[in-house]
Design a protein around this ligand. Structure first.
Ligand code: INI
Length: 173
């Protein structure tokens, strides 16, 4: 009979790395609304992807009017079979919209559905804040850059999904 320690040693652990990305194909869908903030997210995401070995020719940036349009653009990108992950970037600021909850909730729910319907990582890099100041903080100042974080999440998800697939293939052998 195996001991608890032996069972523990036999557990399979899968976790994505961030360094084997030269073939990763990424779509960045961008809601232009609050462009001043959003462009910093786009720059952060692109910078992080390139620094982690993603090739410029494998990155496509798709711009739409606002965050509410992001799920449809993400869905089209997912259906094209041209991408391994989709990063959605936008900024929904409560101060500037009475329908904040609809825009923020609609875009987040829609992106989640695309991920599950199309079996592809769709990363929610939409910042939702009370004020413009908070949005600025999350787009490359005090509180980091949400675009950059979203890019890392995309790379990790691509890697871990590949590992799950490879692990599955090994089981079939
Ligand atoms: N879109 C945003 O991305 N952020 C916002 O803060 C915002 N505000 O304030 O309304 C916003 N509205 C536009 C929305 O995303 C759609 O483009 C619009 O409703 C047309 O469908």
């Amino acid at each position: 009979m195996q001991t608890l320690q032996q069972h523990k040693a036999n557990i399979t652990h899968l976790e994505g790395n961030l360094y084997e990305n030269s073939d990763a194909r990424i779509a960045i869908v961008v809601g232009r609304f609050n462009e001043f903030v959003v462009e910093s997210l786009v720059n952060g995401a692109i910078d992080t992807l390139l620094r982690h070995g993603v090739m410029g020719e494998n990155i496509t940036v798709i711009r739409v009017p606002g965050a509410f349009e992001l799920p449809l653009a993400a869905q089209r990108a997912a259906g094209s079979d041209k991408f391994d992950a989709i990063i959605a970037l936008g900024a929904v600021i409560r101060g500037s919209t009475p329908h904040f909850d609809y825009v923020a909730g609609g875009s987040a729910n829609g992106l989640g559905s695309v991920a599950l319907d199309y079996d592809i990582p769709v990363i929610n890099g939409i910042i939702t804040t009370e004020s413009i100041e908070q949005a600025i903080e999350r787009s490359g100042t005090k509180a980091g850059n949400k675009g950059s974080e979203a890019a890392m999440v995309a790379l990790e998800m691509i890697a871990v999904l590949r590992q799950i697939e490879e692990d599955d293939l090994e089981d079939d052998d």
